[in-house]
Every structure is written in structure tokens, then in C-alpha cells.
Design a protein around this ligand. Sequence first.
Ligand code: GLU
Length: 501
Amino acid sequence: MKARTRFAPSPTGELHIGGVRTAIFAWLLAKHTGGEFFIRIEDTDQDRYVPGSTRRILESFQWLGIELDGGPDHASLARMKTNEDFPGALADGEYRGVPGPFVQSQRLHLYRQWAEWLLEHGYAYRANETPEELARMRQEAQARGQTFIFREHMRLRHDVRPDEPHVIRMRVLPPNGQTVLHDAIRGSITFDHSAIDDQVLLKMDGFPTYHLAVVVDDHLQGVTHVLRGDDWLPSAPKHVLLYQYFGWPQPVWAHVPNVLGTDGKKLSKRHGAQSVFEFRDQGYIPEALINFLALLGWALGGGEEQNVFTRDELIARFSLEGVGSSPAIFDYAKLDWLNGVHIRMLRDDDLAQRLVPFLQRADIPIEPARDVAKLTRIAPLIKERIKKLTDAAPLVDFFFVDIPIPPAEALAGKLDRADALRALQATLACLRAVEPFEEPPIEQAMRALCDAIGMKPSQLFSVVRVAVTGKTVAPPLFGTIAVLGRETTLQRLARAEAQLR
Ligand code: GLU
């Protein structure tokens, strides 16, 4: 069965990485079955609206490389409370079969229509208690040691007319009954109606509450599987009831467990990066982030131990059965490891392109048009040595900027100066002659040189390394020399030789 799933964020701030994990489960499920994944912006709480957050949410998915089969297009983003349009938004009307609009504030007529339907069929009623009156009722209940559950008989006025300000509340029926939620992850959970409020569905301002909007939209937009965080579990029986009232088939419910830090506490700023863009700016690549997030609560199962997955493998292997019901632990060390693995899987030219902004940020004067070819040659030299894109700058800066002449002590290291000088002089002569100036002949010539002058490779190579890179730790030497080129290499060796003399 083809699954159609959605991610339904509220534009109320930064997109939290735990939410992205849940979105990735929904996307993988849809793609695994050949179905659709879309984004719906739930902006019904206009008081909590944060300008720019819709755009950042969509840009995050674009960066992750998650293609949408539906989501707000340019026109609809431009019509939001603040203009949220951006170049990468979906072209107008590009929805691959999922009906829009994808912004709840642009669907208000639908919520009104279905709220009226509930009224007509006896599943809802009008009420107009003021916030102050409700607060007093809540206090009174608390004073009696009870939780406040609003029910129809508690209304202060019974003659609310359709043309005066009012809310529409759902009737929880039967008042003393039970509702069973069949959850694909949590199993069956029974909820007593006595603990469920006659939830407001439509507010005085004509906006729906989340509960009405989510049910109407998920049904009208053909959502087959509702995947969301398990903080929504307490609301789920209201939604199950609304589907029953409307006579709509229940979707598959799947409440995904929370993500915790390694200390077992709810993931927060304290643990590190929070938003997708923070991870991007810290040098993580989307392939690794998706792999890592997919493993937060999902595993292959069946005794198979596999941690490294490409996007295609995840799509091929993901299933809801593999999602566990206990909280997932966000382990940064594992993310770093996976990031290194995925960096090594990149093609050299791809890695080179991705390094550009990070090197520029580290003040290395990179010009993509001029330098990407060179960076592509450097990529295989550093791939094994970096876990994050931010790790590259100190390993490659000397390829692009001249180095200060290393002090004599640094050049000599553990050797005495005369030997270090001899090593540099012999290397100069050797590298002047080597043909072609490429890694294998350079390596061959320098190894032969060690024998010729009676020096251990480790000794000779460390003097040369400091002379040409200015560092004791650098990428593999012969490849480095080849990329630096004969002219620069000889020049740096000659300067070092002069320094020692
Ligand atoms: N708008 C809700 C939120 O911000 C979505 C919950 C759901 O996925 O149903 O979390």
C-alpha cells in the first residue's frame, strides 16, 4: 500500500532536530512504499507566529535534499502573515497529486464547513464562555482537587446564536465511554472519556484549533499514516473520535518516541546544536545527518547490525515495524563518526565544492572558479582525516596561502641542524630532477634518497614536511608535494635551507 505522509510544523520558531527526525521517518515510509511526502504549515495560532520560520523550515528540507510532493508554493508563501517566499520554494501548483493549499490559514473555509457539519449532526455545540469565566471555572475545579474538564452542562449560557461571537466545541460521546487508539508503535491504548475535554474546535476568531484542523486536513489531503511525536498521544483520542464522527477511515496512527540526550534528559540547547542550520554550519553533511537521524529510534532488526546507510538504502529498508517504542538517545560522538564515514563516500569533486564555504569562512582566499580543481586533488589527501567539513581548514590552508618561514628548531625537530640541512639540500636536488612531478615518482625518488644519504624515512620526511607545509601534522607528504607543484615546493625548501644555514 502506498503511504502518503506529511510533516506539519507550526511556524513558531526554529525547527528542532527531534522534529526533523520524525519528519524523516514519515518521508522514508512514504518513499519506501512509492507514495508521497508533503509539508503542511500549521499556522492557526497566530499569536505564536514567528516571521521567517516557515522559510527556514523549507530551506532546511531543501538543504537535507528531501524532495516534497506537496508544500506551500511561491504564491501561498507570499500570502502568509509575513512574506515567506524564497527561491527554492515549490513552483506554483506543483503538487504531485496532493491537494493544497498547504498553509492552514489559507484553508479556513474548510474548517468552518466541517465544524458546521459536526453541529448539524449533533457532534458539536456552540459555547461562548469568556476566557475569564473559564479561568474561574478552572480555579474552582482545582480548589476541589479536580482537573478541569469542560462539558456541555457546564455552559453558563444556553442560547448562543450563530451570529454572535462563540466557539464550537466537540461533544465527547458517550460521555462516560472509552476510546481505543490503535497505534502502530505503541500498540492499543484505551482512554476514558471522563478525562477528555469537550475540546474547542473552532475559535471565536474563526480559526480552528489544531485538533479540528489536523483531522480535516489529514483526511482531505489523503494522509494514510499520521506520524508525529508522542507528546501528541494525549490528544489522539479526540482525533480518533472526530474521524468516527465524520465517518472517515482512521489513518494508521504512529506516535514516535522522544529524542533524549546521552544524559537521559530531553534534548535541548545544553546538548549542542538544535536546528538543521546549526548542524550544517558545524560541518555536518546532509547524507550523514539523515543517516544518523533515521537511526534515532529505528533499526533494521532481525539480528542485522548496520549503521551506515545511504539515502537509497534507507528508503529501501525502512519500515514502521523497525521503530521502537523507547526514547532514542542523541549521541554526538556517533554523529561525528557517521559524518566522517559519509565524507569519505563523497566523490572528490563533490567534497571540494562543499569545502569552499568552510575554507572561505576560515579566511582562506578560495575562489571557486580558480581553486576547485586544486581542491579536488587535495580531497583524497584529507578525506581520511576529517570528521566535519570544519576540520579541513587547518589541513589545507598552506596550499592556498604562503607560509611563514619555519624557525630552525621546528625544521630540525629531533635531528641535529647539520643533518636537517643535509636532508633539505638533498631533497632540493632530488625534486628539481624528478619527472614527472607526480606522487608516485616523487615518493620513489624520496625513498631512494633516504638510502642514498643514510637517513631514516621518518627523519627525512619530517624535515621536508615542516619545510613545505609549516606543520608537523599535515596530509600525506608526497601527494601534498605533487599538489603544491614543483615551483612552490622548491621555493619553500630553499627558504628553509637558507634558514638552517
Ligand atoms: N503542528 C503540530 C506541531 O507543531 C503538528 C503535530 C502533528 O504532526 O500532527 O507539532
